[in-house]
Design a protein around this ligand. Structure first.
Ligand SMILES: [Zn+2]
Length: 392
């Protein structure tokens, strides 16, 4: 069983969850993994200069066709995949036990961040992951429960850039159209409080360079690759009910991460979608949004009565839940159809539904292993067995 060697945080800051992450006793056998869809995808030759510098004036790269080379941190001595769930709540309303949507995919010790809803940065600290070592971020869509902590992550990066010798120098943020606007706005936002530091002699050059580069994904296909991962995006059905004129510039993506140790697919938020089924094909791990539709229906009707919602508003909310977010049955059908090897549920809703309910709901339609994730849960993928399980 692969065990992740936690090397991102000092032991003094470790939480109990982190403490139980043991040091790697033995390096797993390094199986050679053939990319499942390699032959069908275009090759991209990475040119680091295309994304280097990351200044505000560097512009937006139109994808596919762009890729980023990430410097190799010292921690990359561990082989295998680890998934850390930072936030598992189905937003956007906040919950005391679960942060908003955010996950880390760690490949051979290199962390990639997928979404950063409110609470992500705090959870990363708790998980012992240093954000200034996370050089690549993928945003599935720009709903607030998936990106509002980006400014916090960037602020932490900027702060530690100044004081930590091994901090990465450029941070690449991939997402749908408007991601550059979001990243630039976040940098402008953090520049105000950091401006006071910059004004002081000891931090005069703090804002001299913008280390954050945005990359907007405009179409499906291969959108990123480096020496650890290839990322394939698929536009999903989360915005299916949105008027067409807005869908021109607002897109919601699912991402397939192909690694030497297996394939991990993040659905992001989506309803039933052939594109998602396709992009999830034969994945080792499907990390999927899930709602309990009956409980959601009850919860929305109660909220509607209590808050005097119009029937139009209530019907709109229910249509969104039914058509644009997967329920347990639909997750199970997706997992079976795509023949994935395991399922992890996150972005769970509504509040109050027990995790076991989500799991049993999916299992009626899918025979493989299903986990309902909680914040800070870690899952490992063994090279040997190619079967996901909670990390020990
Ligand atoms: Zn969401």
């Amino acid at each position: 069983m692969f065990r992740h060697r936690e090397r991102y945080g000092s032991s003094a800051r470790c939480c109990p969850m982190t403490m139980r992450v043991v040091f790697l006793a033995a390096i797993c056998l390094c199986a050679v993994f053939s990319f499942a869809t390699e032959s069908t995808l275009p090759k991209i030759s990475c040119n680091e200069n295309r994304v280097a510098a990351g200044r505000l004036d560097s512009g937006v790269l139109t994808l596919p066709g762009a890729c980023a080379a990430q410097s190799t941190p010292a921690a990359e001595t561990v082989r295998g995949i680890e998934i850390v769930l930072l936030g598992t709540h189905g937003g956007p309303y906040l919950n005391q036990d679960r942060s908003e949507s955010s996950s880390l995919l760690i490949v051979d010790g290199r962390p990639y961040l997928i979404d950063c809803g409110i609470g992500s940065m705090r959870r990363m600290v708790r998980a012992g992951i240093r954000s200034e070592r996370v050089g690549t971020i993928f945003i599935t869509h720009l709903h607030p429960d998936h990106d509002l902590d980006l400014a916090n992550v960037m602020a932490n990066d900027l702060l530690n850039l100044q004081r930590t010798a091994d901090a990465l120098q450029t941070f690449n943020i991939y997402g749908p159209p408007q991601t550059k606007e979001l990243v630039d706005a976040a940098f402008a936002y953090i520049s105000i409080p950091f401006g006071a530091f910059a004004a002081e002699a000891r931090n005069a050059d703090m804002l001299a360079r913008n280390p954050f580069a945005a990359h907007e994904i405009r179409s499906d296909g291969l959108v990123y690759q480096d020496d650890k991962i290839r990322v394939i995006a698929a536009k999903n059905s989360h915005y299916a009910l949105m008027p067409a004129k807005f869908r021109e510039r607002m897109k919601s993506y699912s991402y397939r991460f192909e690694t030497p140790h297996g394939v991990v697919v993040f659905t992001g938020d989506t309803g039933v979608s052939d594109a998602v089924t396709q992009v999830a094909k034969n994945a080792d791990v499907l990390i999927s949004v899930a709602i309990d539709l009956d409980a959601m229906d009850k919860s929305l009707h109660e909220a509607g009565i209590k808050n005097h919602w119009s029937s139009e508003r209530l019907n709109g909310m229910m249509a969104h839940m039914k058509d644009e977010i997967l329920d347990e049955k639909e997750v199970g059908e997706l997992a079976s159809k795509a023949q994935v090897k395991s399922v992890v549920l996150y972005h769970l809703g509504p509040d109050g539904v027990q995790p076991a309910v989500f799991v049993s709901g999916v299992k009626k339609y899918y025979p493989g292993p299903v986990f309902a994730g909680a914040d800070l849960d870690r899952y490992c993928l063994s090279d040997k067995a190619q079967m996901l399980s909670p990390c020990h």
